[in-house]
Write a protein that binds this ligand. Sequence first.
Ligand SMILES: Nc1ncnc2c1ncn2[C@@H]1O[C@H](COP(=O)(O)OP(=O)(O)OP(=O)(O)O)[C@@H](O)[C@H]1O
Ligand SMILES: [Mg+2]
Length: 482
Amino acid sequence: MTNENQAEPNGFAALGITGALLKAANAAGFTDPKPIQAHAIPPQLEGRDIFGIAQTGSGKTAAFALPILSKIIGLGTKRRPKTARALILAPTRELAVQIEDTIKLLAKGAHISTALVLGGVSRYSQVKKIGPGVDILIATPGRLTDLVREGDLILADTKWLVLDEGDRMLDMGFINDVKRIAKATAPDRQTALFSATMPNEIAELAKGLLKDPVRIEVSPQSTTAAEIVQSVVLARTKQKRQVLSKMLADEMMRSVIVFSRTKHGADRVTKDLARDGFNAAVIHGNKSQNARQKALNDFRDGSVRILVATDIAARGIDVPGISHVVNFDLPDEAESYVHRIGRTGRNGRDGIAITLCDPSENGKLRQVERIIRMKLPVIADHLGSPDPQRDPKEKTERHFEPANDREHHGGRRDGRRPGSGNNGKKRFGGKPGGERQFAPKPQGDRPAGAKPNGERKPDGFKRFKGNNKRRFGGKRPANRAA
Ligand SMILES: Nc1ncnc2c1ncn2[C@@H]1O[C@H](COP(=O)(O)OP(=O)(O)OP(=O)(O)O)[C@@H](O)[C@H]1O
Ligand SMILES: [Mg+2]
């Protein structure tokens, strides 16, 4: 008979996870730690900051959730009103919802309170939920900034801060909000940043938020999971619809995300698929939050086989059964490719990623190959074939693509104004420098078209009309350096 008390701890117990949390994690199927979990959990339990890089689908969520839960369990329920012990920031609402679900699963039975703060849904219920104080708050930065500024949330007691998709959180669209949020947390807070990609200039920015971090790089940033079989299909833009529909006729494509660079493009692909007999759900930033979450839920539970998405769904979304990712076009930022295709081939499963490439997108394709350090094989070439004839009965829409139709990385990651020093040249498919007048709003945490309470200045800070007293951060000027 073995005496369990004398046995060497293994699994998550060997990393320092114990008691109810260990039981709940095991019950959720988390028995053998993934490499990022094995490397990141012990130093976090020791109180260290983490700079963690690991491939898509490799278990980063539990790598930050378990140590925070472990620390919070046992602290008791005494919390000051309107405070949060831990704050997890994510770039999109859907990802924030998913992180909360994972945390609830991992902490089942452990009496941990969680709350979500996201744009696009009622703020009243969020304010009510954080009223008595919560253990773990998961948020997108825009709404969070509003609640802090308006005095509905106090971050002074927040001792743990996580930036999931850290490079995105420190990119132009979010950086000012994130810096302000970080500054408002407890001075002795512990910070963790995780992502699968980390451009050098963003890694530099991260240094300002992390204190002597433990740097964990399970594999070099931007490497793609070996389980994902990647390929390119050469097709002119006019041919792509037909190529996609032919592909989708194959029943092997059980569960497919089709990524489009723009919201309009996503709508057009969805319509064209419907005309070709395919029922697809669509998710992008111009949809209501209910419609966004419904599209994702329908795809997640298998009631719809095809999800057409912008990069709003590229990061972090974990739908275990996705068999294929199709890039209808190449993303503006090469890192987005890594995240897009990472929706398949997760947690050791197989996956297939196919990228449709028009000759005008060759430059973007080369950039992708450069960051993933891999040449992508061309498995089909339609360039020699004539363009398909569109059914004349189908309404053809002429479309001018406004600058804000792109949904990802609208801002420059170096933080400079458009046109400053790039001589007006195009950078990786973007608009020529100087064309954009304002730093765009971050996508994801504010519904398109919805007006926030005040105007946003180009730096993302809200200008209040009237009552000027309740500024986030106290009496300092609203446009202070974050
Ligand atoms: N130790 C584990 N045992 C079993 N399953 C696990 C374990 N860790 C994570 N998983 C599962 O692996 C999947 C991927 O995990 P997760 O979403 O945390 O990946 P990620 O690294 O955050 O990916 P991304 O970069 O795309 O955000 C999830 O379905 C999760 O439940
Ligand atoms: Mg993740």
